[in-house]
Write a protein of this length. Structure first.
Length: 246
């Protein structure tokens, strides 16, 4: 359980998906160019011609695509861009500015998704740990780590600079396995996530514990396999304590 567990807006022919849908909408609107601007924006516009119906479908698809991507679109601003292109007006942002805007938006979207995942996991994780703490045999430390002794050993207890040989099995609170080592592996006590270090410094050779870690003692920002803010559950078997030289 090492610490490892611890093109922007397409202005060229390689068009960004959102822009591609917008361009389709522009084309459909252009096909209805005979309609006045007032009529085109009238909420009571009749969907009679094939062009009008196609434009409506494309607009619907564009809105659903952006909504599904978590984008809070400003419809008026989108319509402004469509009309500018349709009427051949100068763009209000340069192509370079557009690329910068989309790069910033992608970063904003990524951070928002992490925050929402962290908040959701925090709620479910807190409830899980509160319930787990009430179980018979579970000990809660000052840091919030929870452990249950499944098997007791009588061997040595590792020091911070020791190397340990262990087997382990790691899951999320829903039981999903994200990491496991059925064969014994070795690593330094001081080079693992904080919850592991704390647990190992209390264990003896031969011990097997079930350890429940709050995000602060594991991966608060998540990993490829773990969402931000997740509570993690490990079964850890301490097989042997090795000296740093070994």
């Amino acid at each position: 359980m090492k610490k490892r567990l611890g093109s922007g807006l397409g202005i060229t022919t390689r068009t960004h998906p959102c822009r591609a849908l917008a361009l389709l909408a522009i084309a459909a609107l252009s096909a209805c160019g005979e309609q006045s601007d007032t009529q085109m924006h009238d909420e009571t516009i009749a969907l009679e011609s094939i062009e009008q119906k196609a434009s409506y479908v494309i607009g619907y698809s564009t809105a659903k695509h952006l909504q599904g991507g978590g984008m809070d679109s400003d419809v008026d601003a989108m319509l402004l861009a469509i009309e500018d292109v349709k009427q051949g007006k100068a763009l209000r942002l340069t192509e370079g500015e557009m690329r910068g805007v989309m790069a910033n938006f992608q970063a904003f979207k990524s951070e928002r998704e992490k925050r929402l995942a962290r908040e959701a996991n925090a709620r479910s994780g807190q409830e899980y740990m509160q319930q787990n703490a009430q179980k018979e045999g579970v000990t809660v430390t000052a840091s919030g780590l929870q452990y249950e002794v499944l098997q007791s050993g009588e061997g040595a207890t590792p020091a911070l600079n020791d190397v340990v040989r262990v087997r382990y099995h790691g899951t999320l609170i829903d039981g999903s396995v994200f990491d496991s080592a059925g064969d014994a592996v070795e690593f330094p006590v001081n080079q693992v996530i904080p919850g592991w270090t704390e647990a190992l410094l209390m264990m003896q050779e031969g011990d097997k514990w079930r350890v429940t870690l709050p995000p602060s003692l594991a991966y608060p920002d998540g990993t490829m396999e773990i969402d931000p803010g997740s509570v993690l559950v490990f079964e850890i078997e301490l097989i042997e304590v090795l000296s740093p030289e070994n």
